[in-house]
Design a protein around this ligand. Structure first.
Ligand SMILES: Cc1cc2nc3c(=O)[nH]c(=O)nc-3n(C[C@H](O)[C@H](O)[C@H](O)COP(=O)(O)OP(=O)(O)OC[C@H]3O[C@@H](n4cnc5c(N)ncnc54)[C@H](O)[C@@H]3O)c2cc1C
Length: 237
């Protein structure tokens, strides 16, 4: 049931998640995202659905020929919890509308830090990428050091708060890229496909790729199966 997907929360990374808060058209209207796109396109000649086969054909035609505005008639709203390293890359996409947690209002908690499952090695031929993993002994050592580092930073943060330092400034003691943030973000299907096309491929950093993949597999694909199929065929190829 696609209505069950509204509110569904998918765990991502060690402490993060992506949750679909809302969608337009809402699944309980009985109008799928795919149909909303077809209906929007057919307004050109004041028509609507002509049955599944023709509707799907039209939708594929629209995406193949980059007639993109009907895809903007579908919207998704998500709640995301992810480390700042993910947030930092996500906000480069200007077509999302965001509201984020504020470290000025809400103090961070001791377990608000990203602890990677694996440690990826620097890629030899791509300055931006990783390849392979550290061996188990090295990884265990590094994870232990990271925990100590987080604990030390959190102790200093707590001490600064106790001394009366403002939350907005005390956070300089925290491990900036690793701290978990929560935000609400809205986007239309056209711009979401652009985001997914950049953040799902292997050259995107793992810590954002897993969120993009979670959106596509758990929400986009079941809620807009024709669009997802056309997107895989013409955009992701
Ligand atoms: C693998 C990878 C590596 C990256 N590495 C770096 C890096 O090293 N350094 C870095 O700074 N960034 C980096 N980025 C970020 C990248 O440069 C883009 O800022 C980001 O992917 C957002 O893309 P966008 O502008 O197409 O998306 P959006 O901001 O979502 O915009 C969508 C589209 O709208 C249009 N648009 C939006 N705003 C404007 C505007 N003001 N003027 C004109 N057209 C507009 C453009 O057509 C754009 O493609 C990287 C991204 C990826 C995926």
């Amino acid at each position: 049931m696609t209505t069950d997907l509204i509110g569904k929360q998918i765990p991502v990374l060690d402490k993060g998640y992506i949750q679909l808060l809302d969608m337009m058209p809402h699944p309980n209207t009985g109008i799928s995202g795919d149909l909303a796109i077809v209906n929007a396109a057919r307004v050109s000649f004041l028509g609507e659905s002509k049955g599944s086969a023709q509707d799907k054909k039209l939708l594929f035609y629209l995406l193949r020929h980059r007639h993109t505005s009907p895809f903007e008639q579908v919207e998704f709203k998500f709640r995301v919890r992810a480390p700042v390293v993910t947030w930092w890359q996500w906000v480069r996409h200007r077509t999302w509308n965001f509201n984020a947690q504020s470290g000025r209002y809400t103090p961070f908690q001791e377990n608000d830090f990203y602890e990677p499952d694996i440690w990826r090695k620097q890629a030899a031929d791509n300055k931006q990428a990783s390849e392979g993993e550290l061996d188990a002994a090295q990884a265990a050592e590094l994870s232990k050091l990271l925990t100590e580092h987080y604990e030390r930073g959190f102790d200093l943060y707590s001490k600064a708060l106790e001394m009366g330092v403002a939350r907005e400034q005390a956070r300089v003691f925290l491990s900036g890229f690793a701290v978990y943030y929560t935000w609400v973000a809205k986007i239309d299907a056209h711009n979401l496909m652009h985001f997914l096309s950049l953040r799902m491929p292997n050259d995107a950093q793992y810590e954002i790729r897993v969120y993009a993949r979670a959106i596509f597999d758990n929400f986009f694909k079941p809620l807009m199966p024709w669009t997802a199929e056309a997107f895989e065929k013409y955009v992701l190829k």
